[in-house]
Design a protein around this ligand. Sequence first.
Ligand code: F6P
Length: 328
Amino acid sequence: MQKLSKIAVLTSGGDAPGMNPCIRAVVRTALYNGLQVVGVRQGYQGLIDNNMYDMNNRSVSNILNLGGTILKTARCLPFRTEEGMELAYKNLKARGIDGLVVIGGDGTFTGALRFSKKFPDIAVIGVPGTIDNDLYGSTYTLGFDTATNTVIEAIDKIRDTADAHDRLFFIEVMGRDSGAIALRAGISCGAEAILLPEKETAIEELIVSLKAGHYNKKSSSIVIVAEGDKHGGVYDIAKAVEKEVKNYDIKVTILGHLQRGGSPSSFDRILGSRLGFAAVNAMIAGKTQQMVGLQANNIVLTSLEEALNQHEFKLEEDLMQMMEILSI
Ligand code: F6P
């Protein structure tokens, strides 16, 4: 592989707090090593539309504390087509770009890997950025910590009013296929039950435990439902429970996109900085088609192929056990 001279960076898929610190680290690490850097706006769409700009150290000033992504993001269908990828390649080559750092989740990595297999002369390194924390190869993804803290703050507030009225709340949190936010937030807030896509919970069992909670003098109850839970929507679950549990007034709250915004936590600022730094260094070392991740507090490379095909991403066993017994 010839020596790297110019790299591009983009964010794609759902935004996540921590993306900005990561962009900053990519830009400054690259410039420090004598590389030129181009920012791509709106993810893969920007590659297709040639919507890119040269970045310098000042392009990333004062962004550590910002949620969202200064590069903007998109879920780009045209990049899935051969024509879309060819256009993107043509635009990158015309600018003399020989490396691409993509920050995003599994959809982003799927696109990056296909592109890189088709055009291997452009090195590609992925950085795991999604609040869902569902990528194999990194214990944590960018944005997960901040989003979980946001959820905890919201649920603590709901607990106040739930308790004041002796109510049962069903709260839906994000996580398309993942219960990571639900599990951590649920344990942190003492939720009476947590419904996760990773674990089947029979509605009958939920009803029995909520009734038992009331019998045991609980004045309020909170059930957290991950959006990817197999029972369907939170309203359907609440309706099914309402038929059987008569002692509580039942309310439903969907936290929605507020979970994605906000200033990144200390953890996400450091993680974004570490992963951005590592992504550029990996590329300089000649790596491609890899994801940088965090394992046992060390930076580890995993091939994009493995990160995408290995579905053994599991929630922590001890947390799963705890959720059954700590909220009695
Ligand atoms: O992947 C992150 C995520 O926030 C998921 O938890 C959620 O299902 C999805 O994105 C929502 O995507 P959008 O903002 O495109 O509706």
